[in-house]
Design a protein around this ligand. Structure first.
Ligand SMILES: Nc1ncnc2c1ncn2[C@@H]1O[C@H](COP(=O)(O)OP(=O)(O)O)[C@@H](O)[C@H]1O
Ligand SMILES: [Mg+2]
Length: 360
């Protein structure tokens, strides 16, 4: 399979919250007089990096934009790519529709990289994911959920707690106020999550400890855990909870962003590394992730490993944790993209071989 030139469509989603405002902005920028501006080197986006990697691999990449209108779904049905590199995370800005996009691609009979609808729904609903983890004996923080006056207790929980949206991703709704130490703070936060995100609130025991991410590449019995990456939160100012809040992850101009940094985890002994790897792999399999994924964990001071969440199709930008881990494993960025392509293609090949065998 490696070596075969493939037509690969890089599928990504865009949306306009306010199309009129966006159109106006465009108009203004067209009319603006040309001014001398300091040249700022723009960072490449993940899709530009992947596009380049695909070219280097000898494939024929193209971009395919899902813009939230039904027309873009119609055009997708006419896509003649050999494989879709799926970078979508929502449809029309609604991230609960991420699973519908892949389900639609399945119906079209197209091949695509990464997780199927099954894994996306299991991972996205964190309360369901946690119940599945518990079934498999994978440690995850004790929790309850609250929505519009209904409280479901999975366990008896005790403070400190972290309250987060049960459905969101990318640290949306997670800030310094997320960690609560008394009933009043907890109830206020539950209300905030419901009002702001129209989502049930996940109320979880707060696990003090190191923040460790495990990238996984592969399928079935051959899934490979990559070297652990740690997000060092130790330099966050006194009084700020040591969590990967929205600002820590994305807001480059904030102090907390500048004070935190991911790197290959150091000082993990063999036993702990094995415990982290085994836990990550079990979580990856339990939620049926495919091709590549990232499992976020907390390593408590007593050595216990807790799964915080599983991320199907994690962010593949070269400076992000997944690529960092692949590099430490010995894969260049291009090789990492090549591996994802090969994994996806062999899944489809295996499926067609199995159905041919069944016909005999
Ligand atoms: N139970 C917990 N204990 C300690 N920290 C947590 C816990 N849950 C979440 N966090 C912190 O909040 C961050 C974001 O939470 P997560 O559930 O991964 O949300 P998202 O899906 O938005 O990434 C985690 O990376 C971690 O730093
Ligand atoms: Mg996370």
């Amino acid at each position: 399979m490696s070596g075969a030139k493939l037509k690969i469509a890089l599928l990504y989603d865009v949306w306009n919250e306010d199309p009129i405002a966006a159109a106006k902005e465009e108009e203004v920028s067209v009319r603006k007089p040309r001014k001398k501006v300091k040249k700022v080197k723009k960072e490449k986006t993940d899709r530009e990096e992947i596009f380049e990697a695909l070219q280097k691999l000898g494939h024929e990449p193209s971009y395919f934009e899902l813009d939230g209108r039904p027309q873009s779904l119609h055009s997708l049905s006419r896509c003649d790519a050999d494989l879709i590199f799926n970078l979508t995370e929502s449809f029309d800005g609604d991230d609960t529709k991420e699973m519908n996009v892949v389900a639609y691609i399945d119906l079209l009979g197209l091949r695509y990289t990464g997780a199927g609808p099954h894994a996306i729904i299991l991972a996205q609903d964190k309360a369901i994911a946690k119940k599945i983890f518990a079934f498999h004996g994978i440690k995850t923080p004790f929790f309850a959920t609250a929505y519009r006056g209904r409280i479901e207790h999975a366990h008896d929980i005790s403070f400190p707690l972290i309250v987060k949206p049960s459905w969101e991703d990318g640290s949306i709704g997670i800030d310094a106020g997320s960690v609560v130490t008394n009933i009043k703070e907890m109830m206020e936060r539950v209300e905030y999550i419901q009002d702001e995100f129209d989502s049930p609130a996940l109320i979880e025991e707060y696990i003090e400890g190191r923040e460790i991410y495990a990238g996984i590449l592969g399928n079935y019995e051959r899934a490979q855990v990559l070297p652990m990456v740690e997000l060092d939160l130790s330099r966050l100012p006194e009084g700020t909870p040591k969590i990967a809040s929205y600002d820590v992850k994305f807001e480059k101009n904030t102090e907390v962003y500048k004070l935190t940094k991911s790197a290959i985890a150091e000082n993990l002994d063999e036993v702990t590394t094995k415990r982290l790897s085994d836990t990550a792999l079990a979580a990856y399999r339990a939620l049926k992730l495919r091709d590549y994924g990232r499992i976020d964990m907390r390593l408590a001071p007593n050595g216990d490993v807790y799964v915080i969440e599983a991320n199907p199709n994690p962010w593949l930008a070269s400076r992000q944790e997944f690529a960092m881990a692949a590099k430490a494993f010995g894969l260049s960025y291009t090789e990492m993209i090549g591996a994802i392509i090969d994994l996806a293609m062999s899944r489809y090949l295996n499926a067609s071989l199995a159905s041919t065998a069944a016909m005999r």
